[in-house]
Write a protein that binds this ligand. Structure first.
Ligand code: BTN
Length: 327
């Protein structure tokens, strides 16, 4: 249904200066009047300003900031990432939707991208939730079908962080940091998180779902996360285009994955190391889900695990976890 609502919005967009008759819209979309007014209500709920009603005609009163596939597609410069798009005005979680697609045995092509304006149950790492308010954030999941053994999967999340960091720097001028394993920080606060989920057999990956949440145009953060979270707008002082961030990210990430296929993990490891202040010489305390380890960072191993030199001089390799304190 959201695909049809996208068509409706697109039709209104193409007639910004005039009121389009409800009669004509309903006919063109092949739906009844009552369905049309339900869809108009849904768009209004999603923050789209539409004046008028069925019998006077409908008109958009400002250009809406909606991640319409019809606007994204013509801007894409990728071969496969983002070529198949699902767009939701509201969904529980784009990662959860991606898993449902995969589990229902549908053929989900490499690069399928699921985008939401709003998530009602946005998921974060380690069972946390992800604040997913309407319009201000970029929330999407990318389904990848790489031909790799599971051991290489962490490289894909590190690569996602590297690609996002490059795009954010280009589009906002902000120099942002990558906190291990793949949070993006601006002025020491988190504005972007990545949640990767994998379906795999012992020796090969079936699919990876890479979920990305970016706080783009929020002007405030909820009290419970305000101390540690921020948005690009709060740091740069101006609004940014979610569509341009997504389109450029897909291109940047596709190019990085191509380099990985040609020359192996170094393509990702070297970029991550060059762009994260956490790569070398930082004293961290990490909870890896089983224990807490403290040490000084000594780069990544070829599979993307963080090398941590502990006080007794040993080097531990940590694949995932939570940095609970850092200096
Ligand atoms: C984290 O830092 O804890 C990861 C946050 C990941 C949030 C994104 S928003 C889009 C995608 N769908 C989800 O439910 N989560 C990820």
């Amino acid at each position: 249904m959201d695909r049809k609502i996208d068509e409706l919005l697109f039709a209104l967009m193409q007639n910004m200066t005039i009121a389009v008759s409800g009669e004509k819209l309903a006919r063109d979309l092949g739906v009844s009047h009552s369905t049309l007014s339900r869809w108009i209500d849904k768009l209004r709920e999603a923050g789209v300003e539409i004046r008028g009603e069925l019998f006077t005609g409908y008109r958009l009163t400002r250009i809406p900031d909606v991640m319409l596939p019809q606007w994204i597609r013509p801007r894409l410069r990728t071969q496969s990432l983002g070529r198949n798009i699902f767009h939701f005005y509201s969904v529980d979680s784009t990662n959860a939707f991606a898993s449902r697609l995969l589990n229902h045995g549908r053929k989900v092509v490499h690069g399928t991208t699921i985008i939401a304006e709003l998530q009602t149950a946005g998921r974060g790492r380690l069972g946390r939730s992800w604040h997913s308010e309407q319009e201000n954030g970029l929330y999407f999941s990318l389904v990848l079908r790489p031909r790799i053994p599971p051991g290489f999967a962490p490289l894909f999340t590190l690569g996602t962080a590297v690609a996002l960091q490059a795009v954010v720097a280009r589009q906002t001028g902000l120099q942002v940091d990558i906190k291990w394993p793949n949070d993006l920080l601006a002025e020491g606060k988190k504005f972007c998180g990545i949640l990767a989920e994998m379906q795999a057999e012992f020796d090969r990956v079936h699919s990876l779902i890479i979920g990305v949440g970016v706080n783009v145009n929020h002007t405030t953060m909820p009290d419970d996360i305000a101390e540690r979270a921020t948005s690009l707008r709060m740091v740069s002082g101006r609004a940014h285009s979610r569509i341009e961030l997504l389109v450029e990210f897909l291109e940047e990430f596709e190019n990085l994955l191509a380099r990985f296929e040609q020359s192996g993990p170094a393509a990702i490891i070297d970029s991550w190391t060059a762009h994260s202040s956490f790569a070398n010489g930082r004293r961290l305390r990490i909870n890896d889900g089983f224990r807490e380890i403290e040490g000084v960072t000594r780069g990544l191993n070829p599979f993307g695990a963080l090398r941590l030199e502990t006080p007794d001089g040993k080097v531990e390799e940590v694949f995932s976890g939570d940095v609970i304190s850092w200096k």
